[in-house]
Design a binder for this molecule. Structure first.
Ligand code: KG4
Ligand code: ZN
Length: 346
């Protein structure tokens, strides 16, 4: 796709689908439906299952699927109503079909198929990570192509060379746990509950980030990540300090260990790629410390920095609608035998 004018391709030139898209996201523990027209988000309804999974300290796949079954149609109805769009006005249906929990994905994809079949409109399956990546299309000024994207979520930590929409190359990734997982596991060990990211961020506000130095994973010139040693180090710290542990200091130290390595590797990847624009997406992109540190690192280097609004960082259907918008405008769609892929690379 020709996008370039001059050195950087302007995202404003990207052709988008003009009719209302109903987008559905059910890959994990949020049932979400959105109405997207072009790059405008008319509604983005999210029914979260967090309270249910909290008592188990993490997502239970079977329970997640059943909760999606209950929530999916009310959430779709609310998305249509809030957008003031009738079902007959829809131009296409999009759903996350990869990767994710198979039972959870199947609820969204099957609902999307039934609607597209009944309404005789195009159906399109979207990769969850492409959804996160395209969440920045919602910005008044969205990243140019090419740019570098740091995807940081509960299941992924990836540095991506985004050459143009649909043309992605992973240049760095985690070798074990994802950044969000490191927040979640650390929070559990510190007794801060689930989901951990926001709990760590909140506790860290009062804490001293240099009180408990924690390991930063891989050393050397790499742009990969390793967060599993961090979990072990936090466990050791809780055992060593016992009741003397200052939880806010531990939370601030954990956040510092994760944030500093993400900033360092993102800048190194940009250096290697010769990139001048960075975006950050995914649940962990809502971390205020990470956003501030990346922004100032980019400012210091004269790079442009893009982060979606908070509500588009954690899982939501609007981002799936945005990815669908450019793909549908290209004439892409799927047939009714669209499959699910619990594990799928970007
Ligand atoms: O993108 P997302 O909603 O789901 C996945 O695709 O995994 O990301 C969820 C992750 C969780 O690990 C959660 O702890 C983390 O995002 N998260 C945060 C914050 N808010 C959510 N991590 C750090 N700081 C936050 N404020
Ligand atoms: Zn996600």
């Amino acid at each position: 796709m020709a996008l370039s004018t001059g050195k950087l391709g302007a995202a404003s030139q990207l052709r988008l689908f003009e009719r209302p898209i109903l987008a559905i996201e059910t890959s994990c523990d949020e049932t979400s439906a959105a109405i997207v027209v072009g790059r405008a988000i008319r509604s983005n309804i999210i029914a979260t299952q967090v309270a249910m999974h909290q008592k188990w300290g993490g997502v239970v796949p079977e329970a997640a699927a059943r909760a999606h079954v209950e929530a999916i149609l009310p959430v779709i109805a609310e998305a249509l109503e809030k957008a003031n769009v009738t079902i007959k006005e829809l131009g296409a249906i999009a759903a996350t079909n990869r990767p994710g929990l198979v039972g959870a994905l199947s609820v969204g994809v099957t609902s999307a198929k039934a609607l597209a079949f009944g309404l005789k409109i195009p159906l399109i399956g979207i990769h969850h990570l492409e959804g996160h990546l395209m969440s920045t299309l919602s910005l008044a000024e969205s990243p140019p192509f090419p740019h570098t994207c740091l995807i940081v979520s509960g299941g992924h930590t990836e540095l991506v060379d985004v050459r143009e929409p649909g043309n992605y190359r992973i240049v760095g990734e985690t070798r074990d746990d994802a950044a969000g997982e490191a927040f979640d596991k650390g929070a559990r060990l510190l007794g801060l509950g689930y989901p951990g990211g926001l709990a760590i961020q909140t506790s860290a506000v009062q804490g001293n980030p240099s009180r408990y130095p924690l390991p930063k994973g891989l050393s050397g010139d790499t742009i990969d990540f390793s967060f599993s040693g961090l979990k072990t180090a936090v466990l050791r710290l809780t055992e060593k300090e016992g009741s003397n542990l200052c939880v806010p200091d531990a939370a601030a130290s954990l956040q510092e260990a994760i944030v500093s390595v993400l900033v360092e590797r993102a800048l190194r990847a940009m250096d290697q790629l010769g990139s001048r624009a960075l975006s950050i997406v995914g649940g962990v992109a809502s971390n205020v410390s990470l956003r501030a540190r990346l922004k100032s690192a980019c400012d210091r280097n004269g790079f442009d920095f893009y982060a979606p609004p908070f509500e588009l960082c954690t899982d939501n259907a609007a981002m799936i609608g945005l990815a669908a918008s450019y793909r549908l405008a290209r004439g892409e769609s799927d047939t009714f035998d669209l499959d699910l892929f619990p594990n799928a690379d970007l």
